[in-house]
Write a protein that binds this ligand. Sequence first.
Ligand SMILES: Cc1ncc(COP(=O)(O)O)c(C=O)c1O
Length: 387
Amino acid sequence: MRPDSPLGRRLAARLARWRDDGLLRTLRPPAGVDLSSNDYLGLSRDPRLAQALAAAAAREGVGSTGSRLLRGEREQFDALERRFARFKAAERSLYFSSGYLANLAVLTTLTEEGDLICSDASNHASLIDGMRLSRARRVIFPHGDLGRLARLLAGEPCQGIRFVVVESLFSMDGDIAPLAAIAGICRAFDAVLVVDEAHAVGVFGDRGTGLLESIDVNGVACVSINAAGKALGVAGAFVAGPAPAIEHLVQRARPFVYSTAPPPAVAAAIEASLSIVEAEPDRRTRVRQRSAYLRRRLSDIGLPVPPGESQILPVLVGDNAKAIAVAARLASDGFDVRAIRPPSVPPGTARLRLSINEGLSEETLDRVAGAVGRAFQEAGLCSAVSS
Ligand SMILES: Cc1ncc(COP(=O)(O)O)c(C=O)c1O
């Protein structure tokens, strides 16, 4: 493309503006101690998953060769979906090749014109894009404001069905939605509850199935989206919920119907991962203990970390350029921490997003806390950091 062509000029101007605003992203492979991946249970490198994947690929071939409704269907997918539905105590589940596509599928297929969707302001981009593609009307309630949610459900016009869409563990704020109260509100308004459990599955719940595990959703139509590429260490995502909702997705969800099925060997790797989640609860206990430990250490030295109990620790910076500088300083100390900036978070709320995995020792976390404190001090963000 010529740089002086209309598109060439437009793209150069956009890139220059993003650079000036501290919003330009770079593609950087992992380096240093992992404090940024979603591999919370350390399963992505577990040899049992790798063996299951390799053996299945040797047996089944690599590509699935078609969509699930054509020649891409395999018994492994069906067996895995039945297993995941049992794991999640749901009637049925359906596997998608990514959480992004699963969210598009749920929000475009289960909603119709005349419906109303109430969405938490901090919901993930994939939920937002699903709502944008939906024919239903979307209204946004301030993050976690259940009073406002109830008023919207009561007052906003709706000729069809009401939906409430939240994440159970918010990916950038690291806080947990008050799911029991939200389920109660849904029950009162006969609203469908859509819960994205991307960051909770594998980590929360006595059985490791996520935060919905301990919530009474009796009498509520509840659909959850459960990533397999985060704590489960593989790829893709399951939608779990009432059988008619899942059947509807099989029939009509465009990201399912019009996309090549995932490689069948991935199903074997996820089976292995679920077996580990079930058999080794210590992994999730460790993640939560280590997260609490680092949260304490960071607040002890005066850093702005919100209280909470999850493995996602946001440390607020505000300014984009300073967030980049702090992350770069940590990289030079050997820690892989990424600066999260708009549009992933609201303007003026750039932050470090520290994510904790079960393999991090307290000694490493002590070093992390010291390094974060020093990096904040050097960036002029925190005058009285004591390490
Ligand atoms: C809350 C949430 N939902 C959905 C997704 C998308 O999942 P996937 O990465 O499998 O496409 C993400 C990914 O970061 C996420 O954080």
